[in-house]
Design a protein around this ligand. Structure first.
Ligand code: HQG
Length: 229
């Protein structure tokens, strides 16, 4: 942090970290956290729920898609040290606090994030698009039918080439229609496709279940899909 910027009063010193997670071992003092003043005032005026949603979206961005936005790198299994996440986020103008991260992990509607056993690292449970990260998922026998929520605009292409993982590492399938409806609704009026998961599995396709209950496959050929009439 350039001294000139501090003396111009554009930054506030918020915190100091002790980093047991970093190379160098326990108890090493690491850079002081700074937050731009306008960012701090924006945060103070947010409601608690706004803050949790905003932090969850930010964690999804960093832990699934673009860790480089805060100059961070995930390990091959998607983990990032929480102290590094906080200090890097704050250094890039995104104020984020340990208590809020813990609250997001504990209360997130889809359990999107998980802490390591020692509590020092965090990762997204699924949904990654970032390269160089490959989570080890539990292979599982799926139920007879799984569901995929999408929108009309994609149907022609899905009929032609089945479900493709696009930018993510897997195609995501839901265990029930209600969840699939929520997934599809993110893009417009939801359309629910049924996936003959048990048959697919019997034919040799591997299914994985993420820690937060999302079924994952490499692709779903169109022959296993039932489209609404
Ligand atoms: C569509 C959320 C054209 C597919 C949700 C989907 C989920 C095709 C979109 C998770 C296609 C990909 C993932 C093809 C697939 N032609 N379109 N051949 N094959 N598509 O976001 O499943 O809230 O990557 O139908 O809850 O929508 O982020 O996948 O519409 O679990 O935790 O291409 O994201 O979780 O979109 O959602 P996405 P998704 P979070």
């Amino acid at each position: 942090m350039p001294q000139t910027e501090i003396s111009r009063g554009r930054f506030l010193v918020v915190d100091e970290v002790t980093s047991p997670c970093h190379r160098g071992g326990a108890g090493i003092r690491h850079p002081i956290h700074y937050v731009r003043k306008h960012e701090l005032f924006r945060i103070i005026s947010m409601t608690r729920n706004d803050k949790l949603v905003s932090t969850s979206k930010f964690l999804s961005l960093v832990l699934r898609h673009r860790p480089e936005v805060i100059g961070a790198k995930l390990d091959p299994e998607g983990w990032l040290c929480i102290d590094e996440l906080i200090s890097q986020a704050n250094a890039h103008g995104k104020a984020i606090r340990m208590e809020v991260i813990h609250e997001v992990v504990a209360t997130n509607d889809k359990n999107r994030f998980a802490l390591s056993e020692d509590g020092l690292r965090i990762r997204a449970s699924q949904g990654h698009s970032v390269r160089g990260v490959e989570l080890v998922f539990e292979q599982k026998t799926p139920p007879g039918i799984l569901y995929h929520g999408t929108v009309a605009a994609f149907l022609e292409s899905i009929r032609a080439s089945g479900l493709q993982k696009r930018s993510r590492h897997h195609v995501h399938l839901s265990p029930d229609e209600e969840t699939a409806t929520k997934v599809g609704s993110r893009r417009g009026k939801p359309i629910i496709l049924q996936v003959a998961a048990e048959t697919m599995h019997r034919d040799g396709h591997q299914f994985y279940l993420s820690a937060n209950g999302v079924w994952l496959v490499d692709a779903v050929p169109a022959t296993y899909l039932t489209f609404p009439v």
